[in-house]
Design a protein around this ligand. Structure first.
Ligand code: C5P
Length: 410
């Protein structure tokens, strides 16, 4: 899917810049052409000559490079590509992008482009976790900028944690997904995933064992078919996929608000393990043990049912609403009843009894329940379940690759 595509690769200044040379090689092997732009800081880590040799293209470095401006201005440079990729995206570059600063070639191109932008952040763990960076990431995510990574691991600075640039292979895959000309191109699809956390007091919460693996795989598969995916996720173990708009939430009520904010969508897949109840009287202070050993009493209130709320919308309901039913007994009967009760179109039902190893595992055995009956899918990896489900969604939406039907954002 990369053949014939033109990638403008902005290389920021970081130790990970050397990996971007491998990225150039992989993108070219997959048929893309790569035009590198090096920031002044990047040139401390890799030379324009290496980038140019690997790309077999001229490398751009300065905003006021007169020869460059005569041959190709920075506006044209930003429009000439099919996708702009920033790797490594330093804290400084993310800050400039989020705040609309444009004082060198890289940041100017990023402001001027009319194409999608994919960033692969790379920085020290504390810089990544700094509230300023996290604010910038939230702004950029809201602006529709796509993220690949960062991942967790040992860093050149000797620390450990999130902030490592994604591997070139993974960035190349995210590049492919961002350019995917699949059947869901231009269609907006919403996916919920992960558990929710329902606070008891400022330090304690009620949670469940959902890892977010299945929802993440579904979002990735839908993005792979070209869909514009909004991924509303609770605090999951598995990191969100690249190439989707990520909205992080904590409680069921936050999740409902995020889902309502993200609509309209052509389809919505509710894979999150939403807590059915929350603590009604959440304590503002940490609940303490008392000397008499009195046990705390928790009162519960029912959480909103997000799937039922969206399924029963009178106007603006997604054309296809898919729910999940994780059951431990009477899987088919319970899931069939659930489909009717909630009003969704499909239910993906699975048995999550501990002996199945499905909850938290890498495989799943599901039944797809719809108005015309049910299908029993054999046990397969969660990635394959996701691919199969995404393909079925594309068929159900009658996806022709032409955007613009009801429920689309475009
Ligand atoms: O009722 P139950 O929790 O078994 O329903 C599971 C399905 O409903 C899943 O698709 C889940 O994402 C969704 N759900 C929801 N909001 C809730 C509870 C469940 O969206 N409060």
């Amino acid at each position: 899917m990369l053949a014939g595509k033109r990638i403008l690769l902005i290389i920021g200044g970081g130790v990970a810049a050397f990996k971007s040379l491998t990225l150039i090689r992989i993108l070219r092997e997959r048929g893309a052409s790569v035009v590198p732009v090096l920031t002044p800081a990047a040139r401390e880590f890799v030379t324009p000559l290496s980038a140019s040799a690997l790309a077999a293209e001229r490398v751009y470095t300065e905003l006021f490079d007169l020869t460059g401006e005569a041959e190709m201005g920075h506006i044209e440079l930003s429009r000439d590509a099919d996708l702009v990729v920033v790797a490594p995206a330093t804290a400084d570059l993310l800050g400039k992008m989020a705040n609309g600063l444009a004082n060198d070639l890289a940041s100017t191109v990023l402001m001027a482009t009319d194409k999608r932008v994919l960033v692969a952040p790379a920085m020290n763990v504390r810089m990544w976790q700094h509230p300023a960076t996290q604010r910038n990431v939230a702004t950029l995510t809201g602006d529709g900028v796509l993220f690949a990574g960062p991942t967790e691991g040992a860093m050149a600075c000797g620390e450990f944690g999130p902030g490592r640039m994604a591997e070139p292979e993974e960035i190349a895959n995210a590049t492919r997904d961002a350019l995917a000309d699949g059947p869901l191109r231009g269609r907006h699809v919403l996916v919920t995933s992960g558990p929710t956390h329902e606070p008891i007091d400022p330090v304690r919460y009620i949670a469940n064992r959902s890892s977010g693996a299945q929802g993440t795989a579904i979002a990735r598969a839908l993005a792979g078919l070209g869909a514009e995916v909004t991924f509303v996720t609770g605090p999951a173990e598995v990191p969100p996929p690249a190439g989707v708009r990520v909205v992080r939430v904590e409680t069921a009520r936050d999740m409902l608000a995020a889902v309502q904010d993200a609509l309209p969508a052509a389809a919505a897949v509710f894979a999150a393990a939403v807590a059915d109840w929350r603590v009604a009287s959440q304590s503002g202070n940490k609940i303490k043990k008392d000397a008499a050993g009195t046990l705390p009493q928790l009162d519960f209130a029912e959480n909103p049912d997000i799937l039922a709320t969206v399924s029963q919308m009178q106007t603006g309901r997604p054309a296809l609403v898919v729910g999940f039913a994780a059951e431990t007994d009477d899987v088919i009967a319970s899931a069939t009843a659930k489909r009717a009760r909630k009003g969704c179109d499909w239910i993906v039902a699975n048995d999550v009894s501990p002996e199945t190893g499905i909850m938290g595992g890498s495989e799943n055995a599901v039944h797809l329940i719809h108005a015309d009956g049910r299908e029993d899918w054999p046990r397969m990896t969660k990635d394959l379940v996701a691919a199969k489900l995404a393909a079925r969604i594309a068929i159900a939406l009658g996806a022709t690759g032409e955007p613009g039907e009801q429920g689309d954002t475009t």
